[in-house]
Design a protein around this ligand. Structure first.
Ligand code: X2X
Length: 336
């Protein structure tokens, strides 16, 4: 019998698949993936995502574990998008408007004053417009789950004055997310927009680097932005949603049945989250008033006219092209 050496032991172990399987610590998942996002743990996105990943763990018999990293724990949106592309995180939710820094057509749902209500939003995003954008995302090595998650209709807040009409936006030092469409739209309205990730927005407002920002009420509440703002003007100036993105290589490494389970459960959570956010955005006005924000309503028409006069719609129509613009108009009707 040959002497037992380290070498023969290792070779023997490698030949025994059972040994390899057993070498996983007891209870550890075969795939341990990360989902990173920019919203506080209390936002419905994280609450529903936590439920979704628990269902994935259960339905895969413990093989697929997805850990949720909320609240920019892994960095800003800009950082997390790089991490997603390199595979350092496997999943990440990002606004289509910010994703447009990589996939330009993905900002199309943010065209100012395009959507009238949620009925139009879901018809477009669960229909042809969403399908078009997901196709564009797929061309860049990323995968988007079918159901987009709700961020919401966006409202403007400031520490200086209410926004009642387009003139009130002129000269306003406004935080916008890092995204060409946002910068273009608020430049067209005469503001001085500064691109700042959400992770830095509270302190930028607190230290008066900027005087205002714009977000759905559910974000204004969960990020506590209301603590450093005085006015909230209900402009509903665009609808914004989060694509649930996967690094394609990481996703395709999962066995087929696990891929299907992940997609099914994440898409289910998206629908749950949509219901929560719509409800919250409808209820929060009362709560935030109680916290000291002064609310006012606005009419869309003068803002739309101001954007039209500045050439905003014709510029972006040109950038997206007739085909994509036509798909948007199929749901929302004629744009200016
Ligand atoms: O950065 C923002 O304002 C936020 C949280 O709404 C997005 O992710 C686009």
């Amino acid at each position: 019998m040959p002497p037992i050496t380290r070498r023969s032991l290792t070779a023997g172990a490698a030949a025994l698949p059972l040994f390899a399987i057993r070498s996983r610590p007891a209870g550890a998942a075969e795939f341990s993936y990360k989902f990173a996002n920019n919203l506080p743990a209390a936002h419905p996105m994280n609450i529903r995502a936590n439920e979704g990943v628990a269902r994935v763990l259960e339905a895969t018999g413990g093989r697929v574990e997805i850990k949720v990293f909320p609240n920019n724990q892994l960095g800003s949106d800009t950082d997390m998008l790089s991490q997603l592309r390199s595979g350092a995180v496997e999943f990440f939710t990002l606004s289509g408007l910010i994703l447009a820094t990589l996939v330009p057509p993905a900002s199309i749902n943010g065209v100012g004053f395009a959507f009238k209500d949620y009925d139009q939003v879901w018809r477009a995003m669960d229909g042809k417009l969403g399908e078009f954008v997901r196709g564009e995302i797929a061309k860049r090595g990323l995968l988007a789950m079918d159901r987009i998650w709700d961020n919401g209709f966006r409202q403007m807040t400031t520490s200086t004055k209410p926004i009642r009409a387009p003139e009130d936006i002129r000269g306003l030092k406004l935080r916008v997310p890092v995204s060409p469409l946002w910068t273009s739209m608020f430049t067209a309205l005469g503001a001085s927009p500064t691109s700042i990730n959400i992770s830095e927005t509270y302190s930028a407002l607190q230290t008066k680097i900027v005087d205002g920002q714009e977000n759905p009420l559910a974000v204004i509440e969960t990020t506590k932005i209301y603590e450093v703002q005085k006015f909230c003007s209900m402009t509903n100036h665009m609808w914004d949603g989060y694509w649930f993105l996967a690094n394609r290589r990481s996703f395709e490494r999962l066995p087929r049945d696990a891929q299907e389970i992940v997609a099914r459960e994440i898409n289910k959570s998206a629908l749950d989250e949509r219901a929560d956010v719509a409800k919250l955005n409808a209820e929060l006005r009362g709560k935030l008033s109680g916290n000291g924000l002064a609310f006012n309503d606005t009419e869309a028409a003068p803002f739309r006219d101001a954007l039209k006069k500045s050439g905003f719609y014709s510029d972006w129509h040109g950038k997206y092209g007739d085909a994509a613009w036509g798909v948007l108009q199929d749901t929302v009707g004629g744009l200016p």
